[in-house]
Write a protein that binds this ligand. Structure first.
Ligand code: SF4
Ligand code: SF4
Length: 373
């Protein structure tokens, strides 16, 4: 492995931290952090773009533990509101200040692919990360990516010095032609890059899969959580440095630690179980939204896109329209967002969606489903 000391195969993803109302529940994050470190894990993944996350991890981790106990990853999203190189560099400075970490162990150029890639070239951010590495402010740099295998190949060919890549890999999308998980994985392997896995549970969908899928997993191993299959699948792939789990409560942390502490890969029988679950899952047409909310950052109408899709998927899975409507109410209006009916069809959201969802079409269907005017 490329890096100084081995990294265990579970990383604490800090995108979906526990909340009390709107605020991050820092006391709970402290408890999760304590348990994570006590179990021998060290990798924490935040981002400038995750509201409140860098502040929370400073309080829960940086201010409470010696610097050498952990590795902190954060990210630069030069495609969000940056007009100049200085704007993009300011994100790095903000991250340093918000985390208080002194230096960043793993710095990622965030969400490359499609029209987003060029910002990092236009603003010479690759030079910037090289300079910061030479100055000791960044220990390793790489990038996260949500697009096609061909684009990944091109970026890795143009930037062979990238030390690692962060990819969205999960068993549901492994053979999905829209997402091409296997394809991007194979490209990263071809270039010999260590891989950090994100979204191993597909934004939480695989923690609560449809009943038939859950049944397959539970029948195979009644004592293991359904979510564990997603994490273990990703961690079993060769070349994976760590698997990020966006944990939102202590119980999820405990579950993850229980099976990842001494993880030694999947057996052939376990691989077959995952194959059976994947086959069952592929029969159900869900909107592949991971609630990353990049669309929300660009929507001029403040439409509650991910909330609408979560509610619509809930209807597809469980067929309960009233429950799905009340979910839509809460996730959209309850969070200060506007309903699908107010979409003006400008298409800005589709340009940034890493899942390539036809957002406008899906919103129209949601308007009908939920009976919006
Ligand atoms: S198409 Fe609709 S949802 Fe998408 S950015 Fe435009 S207004 Fe927002
Ligand atoms: S619609 Fe796309 S960009 Fe928006 S939250 Fe879902 S996956 Fe993210």
């Amino acid at each position: 492995m490329l890096f100084e000391t081995p990294i265990k195969k579970l990383g604490f993803g800090l995108m979906r931290l526990p909340r009390q109302g709107e605020a991050i529940d820092v006391e709970q994050v402290k408890e999760m952090t304590d348990r994570f470190l006590a179990a021998g894990f060290t990798y924490f993944d935040t981002a400038w773009a995750y509201a409140g996350s860098e502040d929370a991890i400073r309080q829960a981790l940086v201010e409470r533990y010696p610097r050498e106990c952990y590795r902190l990853a954060t990210k630069n999203a030069a495609w969000i509101n940056c007009k100049t190189r200085e704007d993009a560099i300011a994100q790095f400075e903000t991250s340093l200040r918000q985390t208080g970490a002194g230096y960043i162990d793993f710095y990622l150029l965030h969400n490359l692919g499609e029209h987003r890639t060029h910002y990092f070239d236009d603003f010479a951010m690759w030079d910037f990360v090289r300079e910061m590495k030479a100055a000791g402010m960044i220990r390793h740099y790489g990038f996260s990516f949500h697009a096609t295998p061909e684009e990944l190949d091109a970026i890795l060919t143009d930037h062979p010095d990238a030390e690692f890549v962060q990819l969205q890999l999960n068993y549901a999308d492994w053979e999905n032609p829209a997402i091409q998980s296997r394809g991007v994985y194979e490209v990263a392997r071809k270039h010999g890059k260590p891989i950090v896995v994100m979204e191993p549970l597909k934004g939480g969908l695989l923690a609560n899969p449809p009943e038939k899928v859950a049944q397959i997993l539970q029948d195979a191993e009644p004592n293991m959580s359904v979510a564990s299959w997603g994490i273990r699948f990703a961690a079993s792939l060769e070349g994976v440095m760590t698997v990020l789990s966006g944990m939102s409560e202590v119980a999820q942390m405990e579950d993850n630690l229980s099976y990842m502490k001494d993880f030694a890969g999947l057996t052939p029988a376990q691989q077959e179980t995952i194959e059976a679950a994947r086959t069952e899952l592929a029969k159900i047409p869900l909107i592949p939204c991971t609630t990353c909310n990049y669309c929300a950052k660009v929507c001029p109408q403040a439409i509650g896109i991910s909330g609408t899709f979560t509610a619509k998927n809930m209807y597809t899975l469980y067929g309960n329209l009233e429950k799905a409507k009340s979910e839509e109410n809460w996730l959209v209006g309850g969070h200060g967002r506007k309903p699908a009916a107010e979409c003006v069809q400008c298409g800005a959201c589709e340009e940034v969606c890493p899942q390539h969802i036809s957002i406008r079409d899906e919103l129209k269907k949601a308007v009908k489903l939920f009976g919006q005017k």
